[in-house]
Design a protein around this ligand. Structure first.
Ligand code: 3HC
Ligand code: NAI
Length: 682
């Protein structure tokens, strides 16, 4: 601890990169606080962060380990701060999240820089705040505002909370000098006065709020124990603070080992691992300031928006003026809508659009550091486009294709610089979806790969490395899942049984509702393209083809696996579809039987896990966690279930193997049964 100046001792949180409050840091802070309290030269204390953070909260790596329970545990440290006879002021710059914000809440006063980002994200880890957050925050800013912060887990800037009662002062610059002055003032006044009050909030008001919030819980929130526990903790705000804190702690500890919390911690780690290339592939990324996007359709416009939002200059190219104008308009509409919704001010919206240059003149490609192609999904078209890119792009520029299924190597072969080519597989809508598959072709160089990964991070996405194989990681697993679901309707389930089973475990939509939404004709086209190569012995469910032949292409024709009444959000059961399915079962000689939701889920998850093991064995996915990140970020797999690999690892191995044998038998010819070992390697 630096020498106290003017009677103020400053305790610096110093555990890079984000000052997570692991045992060692907690012990240092406790010792420094004790020393400050014992030193007659110290009248007041300021706690400040260092680097980019005040503190990102409890150390996630410590959860479930003995160190988490080793004294001083976080609540113990915070009790010491709150009870300090000398005022303690938090000086907050950078992030103050979870236990980090709770540390600040235990102080007698708080000064924050306006750009500081504060929040209680514990719910995203399957937890509730466990060191006073649920008790002190509502006492300071009110139940509704506090609940909103804890239930969405999103950080907010100090500027937006300036009037909330959370901070004593919000300042434009370094908060430390202001915190020092405030600390001294409090010392002169004889202690802190800005602490969360000790008394409980009015019981009737608390009860009414909690009852209402409980009724408003959404189905996916009800599936996660932390949402209900958060309301139980809020109920305790009507108790005196010490009792409220004890109740909160008990609830927090009851959540730490729940399957949901374990899965969410696993996802937290897997996501941070996925964005790093394996050691053998690492290289310094090239700077990307100007990116070109070719094709201004659904994906091209979305990708352009993502690039503009991240501060890049964008060159947008098309084949004709009408398509270019459509893309330009879609982008303008998007920024306009954001400005109208108050998410951007008009100046920001204008600034972002000003960085867009939409043109039919391909010679501008010479200005691009990186080019992303998003034209029609046809090899010949893409190859022609890449030949053209090769003619104009400057040497060393990174050249990417957004293809969903085509071979990245065949596209790269149209250029004389395959080392600079790779796949950047965005998901729709590209400015919203977090997943980005970064596809490594046979000749993709390390620098191009590193640049693709770095671009993903710069866009706020989760980039995941994938090998160049049909469907990459995500679509390959999704296809295996969808195929298994088709088997299940042939075996006896109805589409709605399957959809209900999957939404019942937290998928946003079931596979058949998704198919209807995206349009059955895309899959139909691909199936017809593959028909000549399909082994006739393969188990193949032709319901989708029959639906398409009948003109039932999904939602866009008001009919697919379901029928859609105009104005209604969900589809209705259709007897024609049931007959088609029954006919398919009969043709295969299957005596239909009802499938329980649990069986449906297990078969779906097993099919995904099986495909994951194949992808790992083939080296398409580099790490088991990568597969789970892809499914969660791109395909609506419930995050609190961890992903198919995580799920498989929770199952007794013998049961898994036996059920997979059964699945392989039922899948018949064409079902490749994986060796599951790769799923269990860390
Ligand atoms: N514990 C341990 N490590 C953490 C951490 C935490 N709370 N927060 C971040 N880290 C680590 C990351 O794992 C990563 O490590 P790596 O370099 O080895 O991969 C490193 O810090 C940097 O993190 P990011 O890559 O995420 O960096 P960003 O700059 O993108 O984001 C951040 C920084 C906003 C702080 C983000 O990491 C974050 O949101 N962290 C989680 C914060 C959180 O959930 N806190 C609540 C913890 S639970 C709690 O406090 C319980 C309490 O109520 C009792
Ligand atoms: P789209 O049909 O909406 O847009 C394609 C655009 O490319 C059109 O505007 C067209 O005019 C333009 N184009 C075609 N040939 C061109 C050429 N020679 N030069 C310049 N522009 C040309 O298609 P969408 O949906 O945007 O898909 C584009 C690519 O993204 C495809 O490869 C697709 O597989 C892939 N993709 C699509 C996803 C989706 O959900 N739509 C998701 C992920 C990838």
């Amino acid at each position: 601890m630096p020498e106290p100046r003017d009677g103020v001792a400053v305790i610096l949180l110093d555990h890079p990169p984000v000052n997570s409050l692991d045992h060692a840091l907690r012990a240092r802070v406790a010792a420094q606080l004790q020393a400050a309290l014992a030193d007659p030269a110290v009248a007041a204390v300021v706690i400040a962060g260092s680097g980019q953070a005040f503190s990102a909260g409890a150390d996630v790596g410590e959860f479930g380990t003995p160190r988490q329970q080793q004294s001083p545990v976080l609540p113990e440290l915070l009790d010491g701060i709150a009870a300090s006879a000398k005022p303690v002021v938090a000086a907050i710059a950078g992030v103050a999240l979870g236990g980090g914000l709770e540390l600040a809440l235990a102080c007698h006063a708080r000064v924050a820089q306006d750009s500081a980002r504060v929040g209680l994200p514990e719910i995203r880890l399957g937890l509730i705040p466990g060191a006073g957050g649920t008790q002190r925050l509502p006492r300071l800013i009110g139940l509704a505002a506090a609940h909103a912060m804890m239930a969405d887990g999103q950080p907010r800037t100090a500027a937006t909370l300036a009037q909330s009662g959370l901070f004593d002062q919000v300042v434009p610059d370094d908060p430390l000098p202001v915190a020092r002055a405030l600390a001294l003032r409090l010392a002169r006044q004889g202690g802190g006065s800005c602490q969360a009050r000790q008394a409980g909030l009015p019981a009737a008001q608390v009860q009414a709020f909690v009852d209402q919030a409980r009724r408003a819980l959404k189905p996916r929130e009800r599936m996660q124990p932390a949402y209900g526990a958060l309301l139980d903790a809020l109920l305790a705000t009507s108790l005196p603070l010490p009792q409220g804190l004890a109740r909160e702690r008990a609830l927090f500890l009851s959540l730490v080992s729940t399957p949901a919390a374990q899965a969410l911690r696993y996802q937290f780690k897997a996501e941070r691992e996925a964005v790093k290339l394996p050691a053998a592939l690492q290289a310094a990324p090239l700077p990307v300031r100007t990116a070109a996007v070719i094709g201004a359709g659904t994906m091209g416009s979305g990708i352009a928006i993502a690039l503009l939002d991240a501060g890049l200059s964008v060159l947008l190219l098309e084949q004709d003026e009408a398509a270019l104008a459509r893309g330009r308009q879609a982008i303008a509409d998007y920024f306009q809508a954001r400005a109208q919704a108050g998410k951007l001010d008009q100046a920001q919206a204008a600034q972002r659009q000003a960085r867009l240059h939409a043109t039919l003149d391909w010679t501008v490609l010479a200005q691009a550091d990186l080019v992303i192609e998003a034209v029609f999904e046809e090899l010949a078209v893409k190859q022609a486009v890449f030949r053209e890119i090769d003619r104009h792009a400057r040497p060393g520029a990174v050249l990417a294709t957004n293809t969903s299924y085509l071979d990245v190597d065949e596209i790269a072969a149209a250029t004389g610089r395959a080392q600079d080519c790779l796949g950047l597989h965005f998901f729709s809508p590209a400015h919203v979806m977090k997943l980005l598959e970064v596809v490594r072709g046979a000749r993709t160089g390390k620098q191009a790969l590193a640049t693709g990964m770095a671009l993903g991070k710069a866009l706020g996405k989760v980039p995941v490395l994938s090998g160049n194989a049909f469907g990459f990681i995500g679509n390959r697993i999704y296809n295996a899942y969808r195929r298994q679901c088709e088997f299940m309707i042939e075996d006896g389930a109805w589409p709605e049984d399957v959809d209900r089973a999957m939404t019942g475990m937290g998928f946003a939509m079931g596979p058949f509702a998704v198919a209807d939404l995206s349009g059955l004709d895309i899959a139909w086209r691909m199936r017809r393209a593959q028909a000549a190569r399909r082994d006739p012995r393969e188990r193949y469910v032709d319901v989708l083809d029959r639906l398409c032949e009948m003109g039932r292409l999904g939602r866009k024709t008001q009919a697919g696996y379901y029928t859609y009444d105009q104005g209604k959000s969900s589809g209705q059961t259709d007897q024609t579809v049931r007959q088609l399915i029954e006919q398919a079962s009969a043709r295969r000689g299957i005596e239909r039987r009802p499938l329980a939701a649990d069986e449906i889920r297990r078969r779906a998850l097993l099919a995904m896990a099986n495909e994951a093991a194949l992808l790992l064995a083939e080296g398409v996915a580099a790490r088991p966690g990568d597969v789970d990140v892809v499914l969660v970020q791109g395909y609506g797999f419930p995050r609190w279930e961890g992903g198919p690999v995580f799920w498989a690892r929770q199952q007794p191995r013998e049961r898994l193997e036996a059920e997979l044998d059964q699945l392989a038998r039922a899948g018949g010819h064409g079902f490749v049964r994986a060796d599951l070992d790769p799923l269990f390697l860390s």
